[in-house]
Design a protein around this ligand. Structure first.
Ligand SMILES: Nc1ncnc2c1ncn2[C@@H]1O[C@H](COP(=O)(O)OP(=O)(O)OP(=O)(O)O)[C@@H](O)[C@H]1O
Ligand SMILES: [Mg+2]
Length: 410
């Protein structure tokens, strides 16, 4: 059995999502596991031991649920160290038949990657958005077509080498092989956006615990990506500090129970009770006041995200609007606040979906968009090679296939 497993190592939790690819290319859920983790902050490993333990825990849960052995994983990466570069490259095909071969595509990809990367940067993805054959744009796979001039447009995603190495080391210390690394908002987009949205232009904003990832999909592919170093944990922290709560867990609980991204949506008469820091005495504040603190930070997060979208130069191409995902988007009224911040753009909350298969209820939540998307990404790697994989003994071959794909895609 060939497993394709996404491993999302987030600021608040590690989620392991194991699937099996069916002969028709769809994914069937095998098992999943979630473990709280405080070892990674904004995409950067800050406590290796804790991260390794959380990975082992989540993977163990998924293995037990599915009665399988997970060997390799597709790992998500994010953080301010991620950069995207728009590129175009062109080759000429002079052979008499002008037929585009795999070698031509490899040559073109290689051309696209010819940029000077500082020694501390690593190329993570080469995402080709479209090919242009003799001036005709919008070609997705030119293999076998006839062309004299073949042009590719795409995005190079790079990451800070140290950040990526530390993440890899955590996964390896947990006894797993890193089959591939993928940009988290890209993965979240694969799980929450429809192909139509990705085609006509959409922004994906993943509000996590420590980071808010921003990505723009246009003409079917990733056109821009960025990360804002603020997330839902900052909202919790504001509540904790402003009201001098007895402990941070209480702030998290109150946020879940009484929080709203729009204070005006909360009845004026309601009150929230909590224990105060130091005295542990019970205090009561108007729920409106409580949610005003939350709204202020949520608004700031979305405004930061909008600034990133504007910086991309693609803000006016977002015909499908904005899709909010990640645990932070579960706060009531977040989509409504989004509509205020993004003006005329449509805004919706995106929960993960698995094409052709049902996701367990527990995973149908925005917080699991990245883990689900990482598995979808892993499956795309397989589809791209057009190889059919048989069970167990061909595992090694699968790993080779993935490695080959990744070498080609670097
Ligand atoms: N129902 C909810 N209401 C309000 N906030 C929520 C809810 N569920 C989750 N959150 C918030 O979502 C955040 C965690 O989101 P998520 O699980 O997507 O983060 P992560 O992937 O661990 O972190 P990151 O992506 O930043 O590395 C926390 O701040 C949490 O308080
Ligand atoms: Mg996340």
């Amino acid at each position: 059995m060939t497993l394709i497993t996404g491993l999302d190592i987030g600021t608040t939790k590690v989620c392991c999502f194991a699937t099996q690819r069916q002969p028709d290319g769809t994914l069937q859920v095998v098992g999943y596991g979630v473990a709280p983790c405080r070892g990674v902050k904004q995409g950067q490993v800050v406590d290796m031991e804790q991260t390794v333990a959380a990975i082992q825990h989540a993977v163990h849960e998924a293995q037990t649920m599915g009665d399988v052995a997970i060997i390799g994983v597709v790992v998500g990466v994010t953080g301010e160290h991620i950069e995207s570069i728009q590129r175009r490259a062109e080759i000429t095909i002079t052979r008499p038949d002008h037929e585009v071969t795999q070698e031509d595509l490899d040559r073109l990809r290689f051309q696209l990657q010819q940029i000077h990367l500082p020694p501390d940067r690593e190329l993570l993805h080469t995402l080709i958005r479209q090919y242009i054959i003799d001036g005709q744009s919008g070609i997705l796979n030119p293999l076998g077509m006839s062309a004299s001039h073949l042009l590719a447009e795409g995005t190079l995603i790079t990451g800070g080498m140290t950040f990526l190495q530390n993440l890899r080391r955590c996964v390896e210390r947990a006894g797993l092989e890193v089959q591939a690394m993928a940009l988290e908002p890209y993965a979240s987009g694969l799980a929450t956006l429809t192909p139509e949205e990705r085609e006509i232009g959409v922004a994906l904003i993943d509000i996590g615990g420590g980071t808010t990832d921003v990505a723009i999909f246009h003409e079917g592919g990733l056109a821009f990506s960025s990360a804002v170093p603020v997330g839902g944990n900052q909202v919790t922290r504001d509540v904790y500090i402003m009201f001098r709560l007895a402990d941070p867990q209480e702030a998290e609980r109150l946020k879940h129970e009484f929080g709203s991204a729009l204070a005006e949506r909360v009845p004026e008469t309601e009150r929230v009770s909590y224990r105060e820091m130091g005295t542990h005495e019970e205090r009561r504040v108007p729920r409106r006041l409580f949610t005003e603190v939350i709204e202020e930070r949520m608004r700031e997060i979305l405004e930061f995200a909008r600034e990133e979208l504007e910086r991309s130069g693609l803000y006016d191409r977002l015909a499908a609007g904005v899709v909010l995902t990640g645990g932070g988007s579960c706060l009531p009224c977040t989509a409504e606040l989004g509509r205020q911040v993004f003006g005329s753009l449509p805004v919706r909350i995106g929960a993960p979906q698995l094409l052709g298969a049902a996701l367990p209820n527990a995973l149908q939540r925005p917080a699991y968009a990245t883990a689900v998307g990482l598995a979808i990404y892993g499956a795309q790697i397989l589809l791209d090679t057009h190889e059919t994989i048989a069970p167990a003994h061909l595992w090694k071959q699968f790993v080779q296939t993935v490695k080959r794909w990744f070498r080609r895609n670097r």
